[in-house]
Write a protein that binds this ligand. Sequence first.
Ligand code: DUR
Ligand code: ZN
Length: 132
Amino acid sequence: MNIKELIKEAKAARELAYVPYSKFQVGAALLGKDGKVYRGCNIENAAYSMCNCAERTALFKAYSEGATQFEAIAVVADTKRPVPPCGACRQVISELCAPEMKVILTNLHGDVQELTVAELLPGAFSPEDLNA
Ligand SMILES: O=c1ccn([C@H]2C[C@H](O)[C@@H](CO)O2)c(=O)[nH]1
Ligand SMILES: [Zn+2]
């Protein structure tokens, strides 16, 4: 699977977003090293703080099925610039994905920004910080 195909997967995931409050649909597609794709959409809740982003939906789906090694994640939304993941997702991605993994941010206009997990959240709080 190439980047273009992974973006297509993210767009398909976006169509399933449950967003009655923000009406802001986001899709993600996480490519496992085994070639499997884990799609994720954002899922909101009337208790707003319970909303879950597309990126974390995809990652939690993968981990819950035993997949922990990934090639890339693509994220798409209808934004002017390639959609920037929120701080919570940057933190979760930093811990659950390798620092050199590709992060592909895009939008419906076809703008694409490619970076690595390490670049997504410099100075992330990490498991090592728990060992005083
Ligand atoms: O990268 C992002 C940014 C926002 N959202 C979701 C959270 C909420 O449901 C809606 C508006 O913030 O978009 C994502 O899923 N991913
Ligand atoms: Zn997020």
